[in-house]
Design a protein around this ligand. Sequence first.
Ligand code: HEC
Length: 176
Amino acid sequence: MNEAPVGSFDGVLRGFVFLKQVRARGLVCTKGAMRSTIVACFVVLTGCGQMMMTVDAGPPELICDPAVTTPVTLSATVQAQIFDKQCKSCHNAFDASNGDYSDAARTAAAVAKNSKVAPGLKVLEPNNLGKSVLWLKLNNRKGPAGETLGGVMPPGGALPADQQKLVKDWICTGGT
Ligand code: HEC
């Protein structure tokens, strides 16, 4: 792209130079007309620039991957690859108070509940990473209203990126 970005100083400067040339050729006669044209351009460009800058989709870890449309499910993938390997050593029937993740049926029941650490939120809110305590804890984040959710899960340290991605795609495709 060779054009100056909208709202940039360079763009405004070029507009100014152009208008000066136009005026020099006698096409725009009054200085006042030229000035008001420049002011109007500047206002419009500044407005556009600000709109472009204030578009904020939020932190990347709270955004679903739109390319993933095929549902990732507990029974087919997530239970065996995540909960069995990384979570059920602690999250099991011996102490179910933080969620029993020992098989797919129990995990499904546990994640449908309201969270113990933040009772206003679900452990898993389908298609909503920012309201899913499970996801927020995997990322060591606070809740949407600044709720403190305790430590990162698993407590030994965050999951590797590929495993996090699997959990993300599961939540983002309905969390079933
Ligand atoms: C070493 C033991 C241990 C492991 C492994 C572990 N957790 Fe936890 N988990 C806990 C404890 C203890 C708590 C309660 C304290 C807290 O919330 O930090 C907890 C709390 C939670 C909560 C909050 C539950 C609620 O109702 O608010 C979630 C969600 C959670 N863990 C998810 C996971 C996931 C997912 C994994 C695997 C990727 C995992 N945990 C691995 C010990 C563990």
